[in-house]
Design a protein around this ligand. Structure first.
Ligand code: ADP
Length: 319
């Protein structure tokens, strides 16, 4: 391969820039030409493609977001959209593509691979929900954002003796809620993988109250339901004053942590190595601190699994 491309797609995550930087520098290190595709698959269809140099990725390792921009592109789910994308890649002489994004973006990479165009997926999402890797780029930064919020809310919760609900991202995966809840010492963690009922939640709160607890922090992953609805129900079922904070898109931003920058650098570089070896149709990841690569099509067929032992631990530590 002489010329490869890189794009970022779907929900952005802190560390995507560090991954783009790694792809660009690793490619140039190995004498490849590297092209940036702007605005994800939409930009691919529209031909927003520019050659990148070493200096194009200077001063971005510490920045959140993505210098290549991101987009959602429904047209890319169609055969017509995918063929237009391949046409653009061929027009620019690009022979392989690194796709940095979440599981939706992986489906796009899988579609290109199935049409004969080699792609490698790099897991860039705060949700930590990509099968085959223990961690995704951006998860650690998002966790630290949530923990910072929990610590601050804990201060005010203590002063006012209230119950606080913090709603975090995670439509289908409870990783952010679980890890942040464990690290932040939350009393209750509500995750999509284990739908607790209101009676459980209220009896936990009451048990704590009887033990003399004056305040309580509940972390709700958005996939379980709205924090506002939970607060209303808690107030209906108890006498506890309850407040809600929805962290929303603050979780997507910010300067990536050291851990995310290192992960992004390692995974971005590995993706280029695979393309150099002509290994398309792969996804890269990390398992027990070792870099791995695996078939992107098989990976997408697997469910994401949450560490249920850790969930159990979170419950044991917050009795
Ligand atoms: P994420 O990558 O963060 O999960 P999305 O689910 O929005 O974000 O997916 C990002 C983009 O990937 C979509 O807008 C679309 O262009 C592309 N994509 C998603 N699913 C498919 C699919 N089944 N086939 C082809 N492209 C897809």
């Amino acid at each position: 391969m002489k010329r490869i491309g890189v794009l970022t797609s779907g929900g952005d995550s802190p560390g995507m820039n560090a991954a783009v930087r790694a792809v660009v520098r690793k490619a140039i290190y190995h004498n490849l030409e590297i092209y940036g595709i702007y605005h994800g698959y939409q930009g691919l269809i529209d031909g927003e493609i520019k050659k990148l140099e070493l200096g194009s990725v200077g001063d971005i390792i510490h920045r959140g977001g993505t210098m290549l921009y991101s987009a959602r592109c429904p047209e890319f789910k169609t055969e017509e959209g995918q063929l237009k994308g391949i046409e653009q890649l061929k027009k620019h002489g690009i022979e392989g593509l690194v796709v940095i994004g979440g599981d939706g973006s992986y489906r796009g990479a899988k579609a290109l691979t199935e049409r004969g165009f080699p792609c490698v997926g790099v897991p860039g999402t705060i949700d930590n929900d990509i099968p085959g890797t223990e961690f995704t780029i951006g998860f650690d930064t998002a966790l630290n954002t949530v923990i910072d919020a929990i610590d601050k809310i804990r201060d005010t919760a203590t002063s006012h003796e209230r119950t606080y609900i913090i709603e975090v991202m995670g439509r289908d995966a409870g990783d952010i809620a679980l890890w942040a809840g464990l690290a932040g010492g939350a009393e209750t963690i509500l995750i999509p993988e284990d739908k607790s009922n209101m009676d459980d939640i209220v009896s936990r709160l009451k048990r704590g109250h009887e033990r003399g607890k004056k305040h309580s922090i509940i972390i709700v992953a958005e996939g379980v339901g709205s924090g506002v609805d939970f607060a209303r129900k808690i107030e209906e079922m108890t006498s506890f004053e309850t407040r809600v904070t929805v962290l929303g898109h603050t979780q997507r931003g910010g300067s990536p942590t050291a851990s995310d920058r290192v992960l992004a650098s390692r995974l971005g570089a590995l993706a280029v190595e695979l393309l150099i070896e002509n290994k398309g149709g792969r996804a890269v990841g990390i398992v027990q601190n070792r870099l791995v690569n695996y078939d992107i099509i098989e990976a997408l067929a697997q469910p994401h699994t949450l560490d249920m032992k850790m969930y159990q631990l979170s419950q044991e530590l917050s009795i």
